[in-house]
Design a protein around this ligand. Structure first.
Ligand code: ZN
Length: 90
């Protein structure tokens, strides 16, 4: 068994809240690390983004998804995302 994650290691949402139950690898298996919003067919959606770019997209996505603007602002701050695996080495 590999390590399992409670939260998507790209955007930080709880993986159990992902309606797809996780992103997909290239071979079609479920990713245990990234959610379906971030990761599909073994690749990150939106390509090779910087944390700053991702933060902005994430904030807009949350507002479009009906979240309160200040909530979206807080939860997409780079300091909220910087501990996640995708961004650790950036
Ligand atoms: Zn994600």
């Amino acid at each position: 068994m590999g390590h399992t994650y409670k939260n998507c290691q790209s955007c930080g949402i709880p993986l159990h809240k992902d309606p797809q139950g996780g992103g997909t690898e290239r071979d079609g298996t479920k990713s245990l690390k990234y959610c379906s919003y971030c990761y599909e067919n073994g690749e990150f959606k939106g390509g090779n983004l910087t944390l700053k770019e991702f933060s902005e997209i994430s904030r807009k996505g949350m507002v479009e998804g009906g979240h309160n603007k200040s909530f979206a602002w807080l939860f997409s701050r780079p300091f909220m995302l910087g501990h996640l695996e995708r961004w650790k080495n950036k």
